[in-house]
Structure formats: structure tokens, C-alpha cells
Design a protein around this ligand. Structure first.
Ligand SMILES: [Zn+2]
Length: 314
């Protein structure tokens, strides 16, 4: 089984990677996932610039150490856009705007501002030599899985019902859908439209990147069957189309037990058998790593969530 390590942009400094590289190679890692944008990066305003980590230097250093690289693109979570006075936030099914309560600032994938921002990042990617993977974080409709119940009992998806979504959907069904009641009548079409928008966006994005690297889509730790309803992400179709899926099985963050991780591992291994799943995991002990590695044959890789794992592997 391949092991990967993901670095978070919140604390990342190039020196960390340079120091870790010999250790990572020594304990058998296959690759590293690196953040692309610095956390204090500028946004859409013309005078501010997006601030990138020295990606070329980082990728070269990893390659010299014999490691593969992945670049983490944060797709539809964007604190900078929220500071823009003209920004339209995601809206829930009752017409109430999303209210950020933490560090999660979701943006709607159908919001033109989100798309402009994402396109800028993709254009930058095309100026660099391709990594082995792009890791798409927060790809999908807003869903704050860190805070929400994962046992989905909802009748309608929580987000998004913003003007961009409603207008776009109306044009697809050929009828002006403006009220919640009307929309509920169209629920099967609405759910289908949501998954199609995300699927088309993913395929188009691969084209924009000229198919230069493999794409991993990070997904919340929901059951495979709940993902399309909540996020618009279709794991089965993505895998069939040649993408990879990375469910974030961070049990300590969700205050779940290790048994919960084992259940999810089993479910994903059974339901997606193409070896295109790379679960993300935050082990608390060397023993847990040992247990998780028993899934060696079913998964393409295990991604460790944080470099603290190095203290367990030494
Ligand atoms: Zn929307």
C-alpha cells in the first residue's frame, strides 16, 4: 500500500518539507500533498495577488527525494470571496444565507465569482510542470461535514439554493422555478441537475488542466449513497470516469471511535472496487496504523492527515 502525507496550508513552511523528506522516504512514503495558496493570499480584488507557495521548488525537492507530489486545490471554500462586498453567499432551502461559524467559508460552485477565482488558480497550475496528482478539496455543494450530522435524515439537500443555482436550474427545466414549494415538486430533477453540474465541472476542469495529472476528489466521510444527495458528488461515476476519491475519515475531529473508521473503510472497499479510493486518516497510535494497513489490497493509497503521524512511524 502506498502512504501519502498531506500538509495543511495553515501551518506549512517549505523548511518543514525539506526537513521531513529524508524521514518520509525512510519510512516508506510514496508521496506528499502540498498546499498551493498561502493562507493570507489575496482575492479577487485587482490590486491583490494570489500568493502561492514556491511550488516548483517544492515539487523538485520531493522528486529528488524519490517522492511523488500532489497539489491541493481548494475549490469551493474561499474566505477571501466572503470579504468582497458583492459576494453572494450560498442559500439554504428556506432562503436563508449561509452564516459562517468557523473557518469554513463555502462558496457556491455556480457562483460566477467562485468560478473566476478557481479559473485563476487553474491557469497558474498550467504554468507549472504537472504534479502526479491534483487533490480537489471542498469540491461540491456546501456541506460543513465537520459540524453536521453524518447520518443523513434530510428530505432536501442543505445547500445551495442561491440565485445562480435557481436561475441555472430554471433554464434547464424550461420553467421559472422561484419558490421553495415549486422546487420541491422538481426534487428528482433538482438532484439530478446538481450531480450533473458537478460532474461536468470536474470533467471540464480536467480538460482545462489538459489532462496533465490525475485528479483526486476529497469527499466528506459520508456513506457512498449519501454523497450525491448532500454534495452533488457522484463517487461511482467519478471513479468510472478515471478520477480518484478521498473520503476524509478523520474520526478524532468528528469525535467518533476508531471502529467508525473501520466501518467506513470496509464500506468504501466493498462499494468502490476499482482501487481508486485514497482514504484520508488521522491515526492516534502506531497500532491503528497497523490495523488500517490491512486494507492494503483494496485502496490505491492511505493519506495521512497531518505530519504528526511521523512521530508514530519513526
Ligand atoms: Zn448556489
Amino acid at each position: 500500500m502506498a502512504l501519502w502525507l498531506k500538509y495543511s496550508g495553515d501551518y506549512f513552511q517549505p523548511e518543514l518539507l525539506f526537513n521531513d523528506l529524508p524521514v518520509l522516504k525512510g519510512v516508506g512514503f510514496e508521496g506528499v500533498l502540498l498546499p498551493v495558496l498561502k493562507p493570507d493570499s489575496g482575492g479577487l480584488r485587482t490590486r491583490t495577488r494570489l500568493r502561492y507557495f514556491p511550488l516548483l521548488m517544492l515539487m523538485e525537492a520531493a522528486a529528488q527525494a524519490g517522492l511523488k507530489t500532489g497539489l491541493v486545490l481548494d475549490c469551493f471554500h474561499n474566505p477571501i470571496l466572503w470579504q468582497n462586498e458583492e459576494f453572494t453567499p450560498p442559500v439554504n432551502s428556506s432562503g436563508v444565507a449561509y452564516l459562517p461559524q468557523s473557518t469554513y467559508f463555502p462558496v457556491c460552485p455556480n457562483n460566477p465569482q467562485s468560478i473566476v477565482y478557481f479559473d485563476r488558480v487553474l491557469a497558474k497550475m498550467n504554468q507549472l510542470p504537472p504534479p502526479d496528482f491534483y487533490y480537489f478539496e471542498h469540491f461540491g455543494y456546501p456541506f460543513f461535514w465537520q459540524n453536521e450530522e453524518l447520518d443523513i435524515q434530510l428530505h432536501v439537500p442543505p445547500f445551495c439554493y442561491c440565485p445562480f443555482c435557481i436561475t441555472e436550474f430554471s433554464s434547464v427545466v424550461g420553467e421559472i422555478v422561484s419558490t421553495g414549494h415549486q422546487l420541491f415538486e422538481f426534487m428528482p430533477e433538482w438532484l439530478e441537475w446538481r450531480t450533473e453540474t458537478m460532474f461536468d465541472m470536474l470533467v471540464n476542469t480536467r480538460d482545462v488542466l489538459a489532462n496533465r495529472a490525475k485528479i483526486i476528489v476529497a469527499v466528506p466521510p459520508l456513506s457512498v449513497i449519501d454523497l450525491p444527495f448532500t454534495t452533488g458528488v457522484l463517487p461511482m461515476a467519478y471513479v468510472k470516469e478515471g478520477f480518484w476519491i478521498s473520503p476524509s475519515m478523520l474520526y478524532r475531529l468528528k469525535k467518533k471511535s476508531f471502529a467508525w473508521v473501520e466501518d467506513l473503510f470496509e464500506q468504501y472497499a466493498m462499494e468502490i472496487t476499482d482501487k481508486r479510493v485514497m482514504p484520508m486518516f488521522d491515526p492516534a497510535s502506531a497500532r491503528e496504523i497497523q490495523i488500517i494497513r490491512r486494507w492494503e489490497k483494496q485502496f490505491a493509497a492511505i493519506i495521512f492527515h497531518d505530519r504528526q503521524v511521523l512521530t508514530l512511524l519513526k
